[in-house]
Ligand binder design. Structure first.
Ligand code: ARG
Length: 517
């Protein structure tokens, strides 16, 4: 009986490589509660790379010798991508170390964590994994930019009412409206590039918080992992997560910007507006009302926007007042970051498809621009130009004309010359009025930079195509930096494994030996 109780008790405790010194066995429920295994799968390959770079550096610095380095590197390369990770080992970092110890024995495997900690390692691995995610996000922004530009170019000259306060204001064109969304998301792209540069700094070498007594070469580890520089201060390196909140802010900003377009698509596709129609591919119907065609992608986009904002706010709340340096709270922030990145990338890509496939009802849009009140500003400006009236005076007189028209249920074009003369106190012919209220002519009269003149809209769309090509080059150069560092890392590892070089000899590309220390 006592034996059985002891056995049962033992079952509730997990044995792991960390609970052999200061601490006794770890409770399974505590392990389960505090573990990050459920989200660590996406960090595994980055963690393996960080370990390999660290081992190479330890060897090059003469801190570990070749047989140990070679064995560690060989075993690291052999880690299965679907490594079965044990919850009781807390996280991916301990699982990798445990794997190496069980493969190579304690004498060799036990050297893996010399001069490093999970704290600098996780911060580094996160940045490596985030880099790839930012490139994916960048590609989805490029996708939506392409969709917006091709629709803008196709509809550069299609007049539509422009709104303020969701009340009709002045005529614009569909192309002009879409370019407004392009420009806003294009600023998000430049935020992404800025953000990437701050993400691409290497915390490795900071150790747990105060680096190490061994002479680590942080710059070399950064180089092997494709970072632009090291994140200098060791306390800052392990405790800062502003790179993550910046990524989440970027996601929240992208989602917020595009949610405005998503909302417009929902409005435009209502019977009341009928400005556009989304493809059947992206719509759903009601299980009861057979006539329904619901714009469900933009609806979900709207909802995901709130969730991504929530991820950012949650992360800021988690960081607020957190003392330096590492605290396990930081582990939980990682969840928010993946959630924001995954939701944003998928939302932007699918919205890009919706935009690409949607159709604008140019006839309905044109008919909507025959609402004469859209030209009230134009008429006021005409009075200033022709009769030298002060603008405020012209604004008042046209306002009275609008009020008069509403009371008579008329448009400007239905008024007689006498009625116009009586209210505007100047003479304007029907022909002049016809030209003022003509959408095409009104749009062509605009020559100011950034105005909705169809010619300017077409030119802007063309110019922005070059922007897209530039973005693609930027993303390619980020990607190339990553791939080249991977090649450098594993070819260096291979040379160390094969050559069996002398203790403390750096085997760099080109020159085969360079004695250090
Ligand atoms: N699992 C942790 C994370 O994701 C790794 C660092 C844990 N460090 C520690 N001292 N317990 O942040």
């Amino acid at each position: 009986m006592t034996k059985l109780v002891t056995k049962l008790k033992q079952k509730n405790y997990a044995k792991d490589i960390l609970h052999t010194g200061r601490l006794g066995a770890f409770s399974t429920s505590a392990a389960k509660y505090t573990s990050s295994i459920d989200i660590d799968g996406r960090l595994l390959s980055a963690v393996v790379s960080v370990n390999a770079a660290h081992v190479i550096m330890l060897f090059e610095q003469g801190i570990i010798d070749q047989p140990i380095a070679g064995r560690l590197l060989r075993a690291l390369k052999g880690i299965p991508p679907d490594l079965d990770m044990k919850t009781e080992l807390e996280d991916v970092h301990m699982n990798v170390e445990d794997y190496l110890i069980s493969e190579l024995g304690k004498d060799t495997g036990g050297m893996l964590n010399l001069g490093k900690s999970r704290n600098d390692q996780v911060a580094t691995a996160l940045r490596i994994a985030v880099r790839e995610q930012l490139i994916l996000l960048g590609n989805s922004i490029v996708m939506i930019e392409k969709a917006l530009l091709s629709q803008a170019a196709r509809n550069a000259g299609s007049p539509m009412p422009g709104y303020t306060h969701l009340q009709r204001g002045q005529p614009v064109t569909v192309g002009h409206h879409l370019l407004a969304h392009f420009d806003s998301v294009n600023r998000d792209f430049s935020r992404l590039v800025d953000c990437y540069l701050r993400v691409n700094e290497c915390p490795m070498g900071a150790g747990a918080l105060a680096s190490s007594g061994f002479n680590l070469d942080r710059e070399r580890v950064a180089e092997l992992l494709g970072f632009d520089s090291v994140l200098e201060n060791s306390l800052d390196a392990v405790s800062s997560r502003d790179f993550a909140t910046e990524v989440m802010y970027l996601c929240a900003q992208i989602m917020t910007d595009l949610s405005r377009l998503a909302e417009e698509i929902i409005l435009w596709t209502t019977k009341e507006f009928s400005f556009s129609e989304i493809s059947d591919k992206h719509a759903s119907t009601s299980s009861m009302m057979p006539q329904k065609k619901n714009a469900i992608v933009p609806e979900i986009f709207r909802a995901r926007t709130s969730q991504v904002i929530g991820d950012l706010v949650g992360a800021m709340g988690l960081l607020k007042a957190l003392p330096l340096s590492y605290n396990l709270d930081l582990q939980e922030l990682t969840r928010n970051m993946w959630s924001a990145l995954d939701k944003t990338s998928s939302s932007v890509s699918v919205l890009a498809e919706v935009i690409d496939a949607m159709k604008f009802n140019t006839e309905t849009l044109l008919a909507a621009t025959s609402d004469d009140f859209l030209y009230a500003t134009e008429l006021a400006e005409y009075l200033v130009r022709k009769f030298k009236l002060p603008f405020r005076e012209a604004h008042g007189r046209v306002g009275k004309l609008v009020k008069y028209c509403i009371s008579k249920s008329k448009q400007f074009k239905d008024l007689s010359t006498e009625e116009i003369l009586q209210i505007l106190e100047v003479e304007i012919s029907q022909k002049e009025l016809g030209s003022i209220t003509d959408p095409g002519k009104t749009l062509q009269r605009r020559s100011t930079t950034g105005s909705p003149n169809p010619k300017l809209v077409s030119a802007s769309a063309k110019k922005r195509l070059l922007e897209i090509a530039k973005h693609e080059r930027t993303l390619y150069s980020f990607q190339r930096g990553i791939s080249e560092s991977k090649k450098l890392l594993w070819s260096t590892a291979d040379r160390i494994k094969k050559v069996g070089a002398a203790h403390g000899v750096r085997l760099s590309e080109g020159s085969s030996t360079e004695v250090k220390n």
